[in-house]
Every structure is written in structure tokens, then in C-alpha cells.
Design a protein around this ligand. Structure first.
Ligand SMILES: Cc1ncc(COP(=O)(O)O)c(C=O)c1O
Length: 389
């Protein structure tokens, strides 16, 4: 054991003892709803591929044709020759989809949040953030060196108190997930826009889990709430979840996007997204817009799951979205339940602290249009059996 290993090993042992040690589990995709693990094929409720597009033939064909045309890699940063026509076309299509003047592509959602927040806030500014925001938004705020004030989850009164007492000077950003990634609930967006307006703040919404799933044509949680660019001037969306591909974008005014182009370090100092992915994403966008049956099927699954799991000893958190967390409590109990499901051929990951607060370990059940009604029934039956015995 090297000195480095000797220094690191006790922490791994500590996590192991608490059943908090994370481990990779290689699993191959069988189809949109199943994964092949070492022991067997598993019906999976773990993917953010909510619309079931990740394995769609048309996306695969677009990816291959796009690679043949523009190459696999872009070879350079956007500002140094890596920006292809297809990137431009995708940005324009995403801006139109989001109902915004312009959009800028990022490598992924984590990078988009780091770059966008860092470009908009710095020393002397204040970021008001929901306590359950995604880790990338927390890291972005910390890295920006702005003052970070976190309000209790969806607690508008707490947010207003902070807005009133925080220094008035500098920029003020209210930052929230649109759909909370580990809870599945939707942020109180209309009320947040009102607070932003009254307290001179800009509202930033990360709609990683709402885009494609909620709102008219899948335009996301912001459109579902009837809010436009004036109300939500900064909108982030990811392309690796409902869109079934990879990447992310920030959409807003032309001036916002031009500012990001000058200042977002995770846009400037990194290789542009593979153009083949941009081709696949354009096809995904057509599917998101043009195939509302996928959202309809998802809604049916959400209703069936919630009706089926009523009355179990574990609490299904209130959520209308495809993220349906089953609160178990202790990390140990959550892992045990996940393992018991796995023994029955069903994969639902346990999510434990620090990803979620202490004492709120859960099974994060995610539904997809790739599931059938029978798949959902199978999960319900397995959980009911485990609850009764
Ligand atoms: C709310 C939220 N924002 C951002 C991200 C990061 O997006 P990406 O996976 O594209 O990096 C995620 C999840 O991964 C998320 O859940």
C-alpha cells in the first residue's frame, strides 16, 4: 500500500461501515426499459430517459449519418473553429423550442450551470438557492465567489426573509431546479417570479428534469407555469435526460447568450460537443415536440404507480413527474430494499446521503415511456410483496 493509499483507505472503510460506499455496476442496455447486469437482465426504473428516446432507431441513424458528415469529435472549442453548422442549427432550434431569443450549447448540464452562474455572479453579488438544488448549482454558486444564501426547500417565506435582509447592493440571482432531481416535485415558479420582481432579482431555472416532460409540447416546467422570458430570463435545459442524447444549453435573450459567450469559462475553455450528437439531438427535438403520446404514457404510468403503492410502509413523496421517490429513511434500509428488488429482477437504485439529506435515503423510481403498463405492475407487485413479508 502506498502512503497515498494508506491515507485514503480509512475513509473508504468508514463509508463501507455506514453502507454509504458507492460502487460502479456495469450494466448493458437491453432495451429502453431493461439492463443486463452480471447476474441477469433487470427491469430498470433508474433512467432519466423519460421519453424512451435514448435507443430510438431514428436517433441512432441521425447520430451515424451525422458522424459520417461532420465527424465524431468537433476537434476544437466553439470559439476556435469547433462550432459547426449543426451546432448553430441546434442552438437556434432549442431557442425556438424554449421560446427564447437565443441559446448556447454546453458539454453537459453540470458545465452549463458552472459556466452560466459564474458568468452572471461574482464577488459582491448574492445567490439565493433552494436547499435541494442540484449539486452542480451549489458548486456553481460556491465557485462564483458570490454570497450563497440557501432557503428551505420551496419555502417562499424563508426566501423572502433572505431577500429582505441580504445586502441590496450587487446582483441578486434566485436559482432553482424546475423539477427537483431527487424529489420529483416542481418548484413554485410563479411565486418565485413574483418574489424576483419585487426584490430586484433574476430568476434562473435549471429544467434538467422538466424539459421534454412537462408543459405544452414538452417545453418544460417554465412553459407549464405559463412563464416567458421576461419572467424567467435564464433557463437551463439538459439533453441527456428526456432528449435521450447528451449535452445541455442555456437559453435567454441575445444579450444574455452573447454575455455567456464572452464569460462562461466552461463554454470557452473546452471542446465543442461532438457534432454527431448535435445531429441526433435535432432528431430528438422533433420526437419530443411531435410525439405527445410519450408524455401521455408517462402520465398513465405515474398514476398507476401511485395508485398501486398507496398504503405501503414507505412514503411515496408527492410528485406528478416521472421521478417517484419512495422514502425509506436509513441508508441501510434503502440499500436492503433495493437489493431485495434486484433479487426479483428489478433495478431501482437507493439514493443515500450526501446526495439526499440524512435520514431521507430513498429508492429513486423513475418512469419512462419505454416502460409498459405490465412493467409498472410488476414493480408494484414486487414492492407490495416485500412490504407484506
Ligand atoms: C437538476 C439537474 N441539473 C443539472 C444536472 C446535470 O446535468 P448533466 O447530467 O447533463 O451534467 C442534473 C443531473 O445530472 C440535474 O438533475
Amino acid at each position: 500500500m502506498t502512503d497515498l493509499d494508506a491515507a485514503l483507505a480509512p475513509e473508504l472503510a468508514r463509508l463501507e461501515a455506514l453502507r454509504l460506499r458507492r460502487r460502479l455496476q456495469p450494466m448493458d442496455a437491453v432495451d429502453g426499459a431493461s439492463l443486463r447486469a452480471a447476474e441477469a437482465a433487470l427491469l430498470s426504473f433508474s433512467s432519466n430517459d423519460y421519453l424512451g428516446l435514448a435507443r430510438d432507431d431514428r436517433l441512432q441513424a441521425a447520430l451515424c449519418a451525422g458522424a459520417a458528415r461532420d465527424g465524431v469529435g468537433s476537434g476544437a472549442a466553439h470559439l476556435l473553429g469547433g462550432h459547426r453548422g449543426v451546432h448553430q442549427a441546434l442552438e437556434e432550434a432549442l431557442a425556438a423550442f424554449a421560446g427564447r431569443e437565443a441559446a448556447l450549447l454546453f458539454g453537459n448540464g453540470y458545465l452549463a450551470n458552472l459556466g452560466m452562474i459564474g458568468a452572471l455572479a461574482g464577488r459582491g453579488d448574492t445567490i439565493f438557492a433552494d436547499r435541494l438544488n442540484h449539486a452542480s448549482l451549489v458548486d456553481a454558486a460556491l465557485l462564483s465567489r458570490a454570497r450563497l444564501l440557501r432557503y428551505r426547500h420551496a419555502d417562499l417565506q424563508h426566501l423572502e426573509d433572505l431577500l429582505k435582509t441580504a445586502p441590496a447592493r450587487g446582483r441578486r440571482l434566485i436559482v432553482t431546479d424546475g423539477v427537483f432531481s431527487m424529489d420529483g416535485d416542481v418548484a413554485p415558479l410563479v411565486a418565485l417570479t413574483e418574489l424576483a420582481r419585487r426584490h430586484r432579482a433574476w430568476l434562473v431555472v435549471d429544467d434538467a428534469h422538466g424539459l421534454g416532460v412537462l408543459g405544452p409540447d414538452g417545453r418544460g416546467s417554465v412553459a407549464a407555469a405559463g412563464l416567458d422570458e421576461a419572467a424567467v430570463p435564464v433557463l437551463m435545459g439538459t439533453l441527456g435526460k428526456a432528449f435521450g442524447v447528451y449535452g445541455a444549453f442555456v437559453a435567454g435573450s441575445r444579450i444574455l447568450v452573447d454575455t455567456l459567450l464572452q464569460r462562461a469559462r466552461t463554454y470557452i475553455y473546452t471542446t465543442a460537443l461532438p457534432p454527431a450528437l448535435a445531429h441526433a439531438t435535432l432528431t430528438a427535438l422533433d420526437c419530443v415536440r411531435g410525439e405527445p403520446w410519450r408524455r401521455e404514457r408517462l402520465r398513465e404510468h405515474v398514476h398507476a404507480l401511485r395508485a398501486g403503492l398507496a398504503g405501503l410502509p414507505w412514503t411515496l413523496l408527492p410528485s406528478d413527474t416521472p421521478i417517484q421517490p419512495l422514502l425509506v429513511g436509513g441508508a441501510d434500509a434503502a440499500v436492503t430494499l433495493s437489493e431485495a428488488l434486484r433479487a426479483r429482477g428489478i433495478y431501482v437504485p437507493a439514493v443515500r446521503p450526501p446526495t439526499v439529506p440524512q435520514g431521507t435515503a430513498r429508492l429513486r423510481i423513475t418512469l419512462s415511456a419505454a416502460h409498459t403498463a405490465t412493467d409498472v405492475e410488476r414493480l408494484v407487485r414486487a414492492l407490495r410483496e416485500l412490504a407484506s413479508g
